[in-house]
Design a protein around this ligand. Structure first.
Ligand SMILES: Nc1ncnc2c1ncn2[C@@H]1O[C@H](COP(=O)(O)OP(=O)(O)OP(=O)(O)O)[C@@H](O)[C@H]1O
Ligand SMILES: O=P(O)(O)OC[C@H]1O[C@H](OP(=O)(O)OP(=O)(O)O)[C@H](O)[C@@H]1O
Ligand SMILES: [Mg+2]
Length: 287
């Protein structure tokens, strides 16, 4: 009998969807476009995609209806369901924060004692307040939380922040961070051994994709007199490759480097006489 497919839950629509599908694509997984049918098989990998409401995914993972899900850590923590974080994915980075109207008196979370706080994350907020012995009135609302102080519904809010522009536009000031979040792969406690083996393959591919994302392949021509100086500036998976050019006295130097590091050393490379510098994206990197 053939192995049953790995059931991967992704957000049906919203902030996580595009990058989730993009990541699976970069892992070489082709999905027949089935967003309307809510369940779509992968064409060349033993998996099927379930398109679900973000807030329902932790429950489906706990129950084993989905074997894994791509989900924000914040949702996983909030829903308090049983799931194992197997891989952080580096996108949808945000934080769950406390914020108050600009200019209000705030001297740490104790200032919220006896106050009203609006949030879509009551469990995470309650845990944070309990740890600090603070008693506050939590008003659960499902969206547009930032409006709550302006309409007299609350004295403070607890909501997701990324750039801070929503807080700013609503006259609010970020005060304390409750937790940091990014998209993760979470696995069901009920996943069986056969599907766990498929998951291991997927995680291997994801690691290769993520490792390659910020790394670039760097090629340049360097006069031989500067080779040692240039090599000292460069990292490499082992060490840089140096190949002679047809023109005497010059070599081609190749290495893998993070883009940030490249911009740090570009001036020194040019001072050392490097020319014809090429930066090439890497599709996958097996580390
Ligand atoms: N401003 C933001 N910047 C970066 N990531 C964010 C931001 N807002 C939310 N996220 C992340 O994206 C996830 C999905 O957010 P989104 O607003 O699409 O769905 P939702 O409204 O929380 O859920 P549902 O699909 O159940 O309605 C959040 O749980 C969080 O991890
Ligand atoms: O710090 P910023 O970059 O401004 O992002 C923060 C906002 O983004 C999210 O809302 P979203 O746009 O997802 O709307 P929603 O409430 O309808 O989910 C979050 O709930 C904040 O309101
Ligand atoms: Mg949102």
């Amino acid at each position: 009998m053939s192995t049953p497919p790995l059931r991967i839950a992704v957000q049906k629509s919203g902030r996580l969807l595009d990058e989730s599908i993009q990541l699976l694509k970069e892992c070489g997984i082709k999905i027949d476009n089935g967003r309307d049918q809510l369940k779509a098989p992968a064409r060349n990998f033993n998996a099927e995609i379930l398109y679900l409401r973000n807030s329902d995914i932790p429950q489906y993972i706990q129950d084993g209806v989905a074997d894994i899900g791509i989900i924000g850590e914040n949702t996983l923590i909030e829903k308090q369901k049983d799931a194992e974080v197997v891989q952080k994915l580096g996108f949808s980075k945000c934080r769950l924060s406390l914020a108050t109207p600009r200019g209000s008196q705030y001297q740490g979370p104790q200032s919220l004692q006896g106050r009203r706080i609006a949030t879509s994350y009551p469990n995470s907020l309650q845990a944070y307040l309990d740890e600090r012995g603070i008693e506050a009135e939590i008003h659960e609302i499902s969206g547009s939380v930032e409006i709550a102080p302006n309409i007299g519904l609350a004295d403070a809010i607890c909501d997701l922040v990324s750039t801070g522009s929503t807080l700013f536009k609503n006259g609010l000031e970020e005060q304390d961070i409750i937790l940091q979040s990014e998209a993760v792969i979470a696995a069901s406690p009920r996943i069986d051994a056969e599907r766990r083996a498929i998951l291991d393959k997927l995680v291997f591919r994801i690691k290769s994709v993520l490792a390659a994302r910020n790394q670039k392949y760097l090629l340049m021509n360097v006069p031989n007199r500067s080779i040692q100086e240039v090599i000292k500036m460069l990292p490499g998976m082992r060490s840089p490759t140096v190949l002679p050019l047809a023109e005497e006295g010059w070599s081609s130097v190749h290495t893998v480097i993070s883009e940030d590091r490249f911009w740090d050393i570009i001036d020194r490379l040019r001072d050392a006489g490097a020319e014809g510098i090429l930066i090439v994206p890497i599709a996958k990197m097996i580390v």
